[in-house]
Design a protein around this ligand. Structure first.
Ligand code: NAD
Length: 295
């Protein structure tokens, strides 16, 4: 069924996501701070508004796709008092769990339903409409959100109550950051031991070292032709975004009192990798940093 949807934050992810909502027949009104992003949105069939407040007029659903927690909270504080009661707010940004909970509280104070629904799948998944959404919120809010997310999604998972989507996202990406370093260290050690990349891959990919960082996203060129290592580490998923997510996992660990020493070390290594030029390259390029090569 056609819905009136407001979409705030039309950047690298937001614009292709909004385009898929338009393709699905929804009426989408969007807002972003950058004129170029608004122009792209117009080309995609989104009706551009002159402010966030204007974008949400008459909308049944409000989606945000913003850089960080402070942006989400600032937009929520601005628009929540103006959205009519019963409206559903869906935040798809990757933000810290504490800000996500505060966003839910802000929505609830104004009689709004809310879901945190960060994504994985990157800009490619956003364009193809195959993102994985990890959703947190009340069962009724999720039931309303799921059909709206479907045109943008390969998979939508309800992870639990408010904040659970953000929790799932940062836990998953902490595994990814740590496992990419583990796989990269193994390749660097293999090189020193005179073992070929392919030989290590052939064994570990079907043995107990098997993991996504090895078999889908192999950090050295050759064994997995589609991995960014084969195109000079063009992202993909940039080092800067990996560090953002690892820092979020460390903030959450401190706030919740969890011990995550490998997550902490992974965050330090990605910070150094980024300082040496890795921030705009794919995060799997950390293999070159570990080997001592330039990014
Ligand atoms: P982006 O910087 O391209 O887009 C964010 C947009 O928000 C920008 O266009 C900016 O102008 C806009 N914005 C900021 N404050 C605003 C405000 N007050 N009102 C309206 N617009 C505002 O970032 P992105 O790559 O689209 O990422 C968005 C979110 O998705 C981030 O939280 C990121 O971590 C997450 N994410 C990104 C990827 C990826 O591969 N790019 C993958 C998964 C998740």
């Amino acid at each position: 069924m056609t819905k009136k949807i407001a979409f705030i934050g039309l950047g690298n992810m937001g614009n292709p996501m909004a385009a898929n909502l338009v393709k699905a027949g929804h009426e989408v009104r969007g807002f972003d701070l950058l004129a170029d992003n608004l122009a792209t949105a117009t080309e995609n069939g989104v009706t551009v508004a002159e402010s966030a407040i204007k974008a949400i007029e008459g909308a049944a659903i409000i989606i945000t796709m913003l850089p960080a927690g402070k942006h989400v909270l600032s937009v929520y504080h601005e628009i929540a008092p103006k959205a009519g009661s019963g409206v559903l707010m869906i935040d798809c940004s990757t933000i810290d769990v504490d800000s996500a909970r505060e966003a839910h509280e802000t929505a609830a104070r104004h009689g709004l339903m809310s879901v945190d629904a960060p994504v994985s799948g990157g800009t490619g998944g956003a364009s193809a409409g195959t993102l994985t959404f990890m959703a947190g919120g009340k069962v009724e809010a999720f039931a309303m959100a799921e059909p709206v997310l479907k045109p943008m999604a390969g998979r939508v998972v309800h992870c639990g109550d408010v904040g659970a989507g953000q929790a799932a996202k940062i836990c998953n990406n902490m595994i990814l950051g740590i496992s990419m370093i583990g796989v990269s260290e193994a390749f660097v050690l293999a090189e020193k031991l005179g073992l070929s990349h392919q030989a290590l891959f052939d064994v570990a990919s079907t043995a107990s070292g098997q993991c996504w960082s090895l078999t889908t996203y192999c950090p050295v060129p050759g064994p997995v032709p589609a991995s960014p290592a084969n195109r000079n580490y063009k992202p993909g998923f940039a080092g800067a975004l990996m560090l953002k997510d690892l820092n979020l996992s460390q903030e959450a660990a401190r706030s919740a009192g969890a011990s995550t020493p490998l997550g902490a070390h992974a965050a330090e290594l990605y910070a150094q990798f980024n300082e040496q030029g890795g921030a705009d390259t794919d995060f799997s390029g950390i293999v070159n940093f570990l080997r001592g090569d330039a990014a």
